[in-house]
Ligand binder design. Structure first.
Ligand code: G3I
Length: 372
């Protein structure tokens, strides 16, 4: 019944009982990808349910609003390469089809990341075997999707907050050149795919310096890197605009594109020290620090502050649209955001442009209206 009503809404046959996103497939309905079509791609993160088109309301909204998408989990190594000789391409193949059918460019995420690794990696002790895994993984996965996905996050989150290299299994077993080698292998396996380095907090000066070094090192080796993804997991009222602008300029000077790849703005208290998006961090799940003030709804003052932060951010992105090639939100609507479970499980967060019923929030209009 819900799906049937959604179809009638989208077709414009009924209006009563329709959400704004359902009503809006008509040419007059506001769409971010259309509004920003001459500026940069507008992306979202997709989960299994989206890719399998299980919910027609979500499906219509995605097709209407976004022309780029990143799989939130299904191309991570633990899913796509679960055993030494075993690959599971089922969902990734479906994602590629979904993108083709709906004219959505796919940013594949991610080839080399210290987290969400397959469990068999823990049993590997020798550097030679890690090297073989590394080569097989990049070559097999990147070549399968060459020309089918638009881009790859080749290496994800290789830096510490002070700009030094994270002590991952790859650094330990392969040494500091592993990042250059990952790009070299990806370039060979995927000559028709754009190649990116992706990390959180790389707008902040020390970590940015580390990311700039990575780009320079790859370029000095004569290997291709096309862009840098600044993830953009920020907090209401403390979005680091100046650092963001400095970073767009600094990466731009190296001749690589800049993307905002996992954008969301948490409106809840942050119990972690600093602006951390490290999935290994967790806060106390109980007691006074739980900080979950908006379980039954978010006040207008917070909606408006969120709208103001998003407007300011997009003004900045537009100012630098010659360097910014994509802005991707990390999720479709508030209910599906990872921030409901991070860094404290079971909270009610409101970090995106669409609410739990897929309706446009004031933050949507603050971004959309910049282009009116
Ligand atoms: O698939 C299992 C499912 O079988 C199981 O029943 C369920 C029980 O908890 O867990 C499911 O796995 C979860 C997975 O998301 C899929 O929903 C994991 O527990 C959960 O840890 C995982 O979280 C993801 C996280 O990365 C870790 O991979 C988030 O959805 C995803 O938004 C987040 O994305 C990362 C980016 O890749 C990199 N940058 C930071 C960003 C946010 O952490």
């Amino acid at each position: 019944m819900k799906d049937f009503l959604a179809i009638l809404c989208v077709a414009g046959i009924v209006a009563s009982g329709c959400s704004s996103s359902q009503k809006s497939n008509s040419s007059s309905s506001p769409s971010l990808k259309d509004a920003y079509k001459n500026d940069f791609l507008i992306g979202t993160a997709l989960n299994n349910s989206h890719i399998l088109e299980r919910d027609s309301v979500a499906n219509n909204l995605i097709k209407q609003q976004f022309n780029a998408a990143t799989p939130e989990n299904i191309m991570k190594a633990e899913v796509i390469h679960p055993g030494w000789d075993t690959y599971n391409f089922d969902m990734a193949d479906k994602l590629v089809e979904y993108g083709k059918k709906n004219n959505i460019k796919i940013n594949a995420h991610t080839l080399i990341w210290h987290s969400q690794l397959p469990s068999f990696i823990r049993g590997i002790k020798s550097a030679d075997s890690i090297k073989t895994y590394f080569e097989n993984h990049i070559t097999t996965v990147a070549s399968r999707y060459d020309g089918k996905v638009y881009s790859w996050d080749v290496v994800n989150e290789a830096l510490n907050e002070d700009g030094t290299m994270r002590n991952s299994v790859f650094l330990q077993k392969l040494g500091p050149d592993y990042i250059v080698e990952a790009f070299r292998l990806a370039q060979k396996a995927a000559p028709n795919t754009l190649l990116y380095y992706n990390d959180y907090n790389i707008e902040s000066p020390k970590k940015r310096a580390g990311a700039l070094d990575i780009v320079k090192k790859i370029q000095a080796a004569g290997v291709r890197i096309d862009g840098v993804g600044i993830q953009g997991h920020w907090h209401l009222g403390t979005v680091p605009y100046q650092h963001i602008e400095e970073s767009i300029e600094a990466f731009g000077k190296l001749g690589v594109k800049v993307m905002f790849t996992e954008l969301d703005i948490s409106v809840l208290p942050n119990p972690l020290r600093g602006n951390v998006a490290d999935v290994g961090s967790r806060a106390d799940n109980n007691g006074a620090n739980r900080g979950n003030p908006y379980v039954s709804g978010v006040p207008d003052s917070v909606q408006n502050a969120l709208a103001a932060d998003y407007a300011k951010l997009f003004q900045l992105f537009l100012k630098h649209k010659d360097k910014v090639s994509r802005v991707t939100f990390w999720g479709v609507e508030d209910g599906g955001s990872w921030l409901n479970d991070f860094p404290v499980r079971g909270r009610t967060n409101y970090p995106l442009l669409f609410d739990r019923k897929f309706n446009r929030k004031p933050a949507f209009y603050s971004v959309y209206n910049l282009k009116k």
